[in-house]
Write a protein that binds this ligand. Structure first.
Ligand code: SF4
Length: 395
């Protein structure tokens, strides 16, 4: 199909916070700023200026729902039968042209209906039922919108107790981990952010804080989530080593094109030590690896930056996942409507082939030989530039 220009120019990553000096300067706020939570500051407001909340009645009436509605007092409240299918949002093709604006201005509140905990074995031992679906950031390769139609704002699930209850029962029934595996030597790892970004969720409600606090009491388990937002409010949660935060990294030039609305990559690297000092385990997701002209050199420079910037206390405890890009025909069509330049590097039919995923959906992945060669090349670079970085798995 032909290329269409989206009417909405994708927001760039914020200026500033691009280098170590910027990080040092940003770490010295005035006393008034130091007291103000990040979620109430200008960077958070750039991500979320909520004007419309679609809420299931039970979610709106819940304790968490009422907190969220009170947090955005100027937002128009619209009742909806189902958080999952809102015709005005997900079924409205015109919303592709407002892809980012919808993420900034719309929230959905719903009650989670399924509490199944699925085995994983790659990034985590288990996938927990998350407390959100959707994201205020807008990575062009994000898999979350693949089944959501023409809009993907954050849906917040308000029945937190039921999710925590299902986790508690599962952790109790599973018992201690007796055999180490690549997910973790001692603890069962639960991914709590499969369909969103927990750092963004914390700008909206205390759902992430509730999960982090709960895992403090479960010594056989560990929470884990990937993020592309540096949210300093999370430093106050005192996770006591029971939460692993995985900063996703890719070369900054790729990130500026593809990771729309996220924290710049140098800021994510620069924040790692603060998170270790605050009691998190910090790993890195080298993902997605996008094969394009010059990708090897770009990743080599990223690894060199990590080696230069990260202090020994971060390196000693870190590990990485390598995740090659997967894409999808439906998402390709959606992206052409709001960010067609991203598709120049994401949609490379000469390198890719269709493949059916675990849930039966047809995705597009790099051909086996392309993927094998890329993983070997990146592993070799890690050995040269960042030999301290243990690769947990490559996918
Ligand atoms: S940060 Fe994660 S969940 Fe959010 S848009 Fe990017 S890939 Fe999707």
């Amino acid at each position: 199909m032909g290329r269409r220009r989206g009417p909405e120019e994708p927001e760039r990553q914020p200026e500033g916070l691009f280098g170590v000096e910027d990080l040092v300067a940003a770490a010295a706020p005035t006393s008034a700023e130091a007291d103000r939570p990040f979620r109430d500051g200008p960077e958070a407001r750039r991500l979320l200026r909520v004007t419309e909340i679609h809420a299931e009645p039970a979610a709106a009436a819940s304790w968490r729902g009422r907190q969220i509605i009170a947090r955005f007092p100027d937002a128009r409240l619209v009742e909806t039968d189902s958080h999952w299918r809102i015709p005005h949002l997900h079924g409205n093709e015109g919303n592709v042209r407002r892809w980012v604006r919808t993420k900034r201005e719309v929230l959905v509140l719903g009650e989670r209906a399924s509490f199944a905990i699925r085995p994983n074995g790659r990034s985590a031992d288990w996938i927990a039922p998350g407390l959100s679906n959707g994201c205020a950031m807008a990575c062009a390769y994000c898999y979350v919108p693949r089944r959501k139609g023409f809009a993907n704002p954050v849906t917040v699930f308000t029945n937190v107790d039921r999710v925590l209850g299902s986790l508690r029962r599962h952790i109790t029934a599973t018992g201690p981990k007796t055999e180490p595996n690549q997910c973790d030597e001692r603890a069962w790892v639960y991914d709590i952010g499969e369909n969103g970004d927990c750092s963004v969720d914390d700008l909206i409600s205390d759902n992430t804080a509730d999960l982090v606090h709960a895992f403090r009491h479960w010594p056989t388990a560990k929470a884990s989530f990937a993020t592309k937002l540096v949210n300093p409010d999370l430093l106050r949660l005192d996770p006591q080593g029971r939460t692993r935060i995985r900063f996703s990294l890719m070369p900054p030039e790729d990130s500026r094109l593809l990771d729309v609305r996220t924290s710049p990559v140098p800021a994510r690297i620069g924040a790692a030590a603060d998170f270790v000092d605050a009691g998190y385990e910090v790993h890195f997701n080298l993902s997605p690896v996008v094969v394009r002209p010059g990708w090897r050199q770009a990743w080599d420079e990223l690894l060199r930056m990590m080696d230069d910037v990260l202090p020994p206390r971060v390196k000693e405890q870190s590990a990485a996942e390598i995740i090659m890009l997967t894409h999808n025909q439906g998402l390709h069509e959606v992206n052409l409507g709001w960010h067609p330049r991203a598709e120049d590097v994401l949609w490379r039919e000469e390198l890719q082939e269709p493949k059916q995923s675990e849930n039966g959906a047809w995705n597009v992945r790099y051909r086996t030989a392309v993927k094998r060669e890329a993983v070997e090349a990146l592993s070799h670079m890690i050995g040269n530039r960042a030999p301290w970085l243990r690769v947990r798995y490559a996918f």
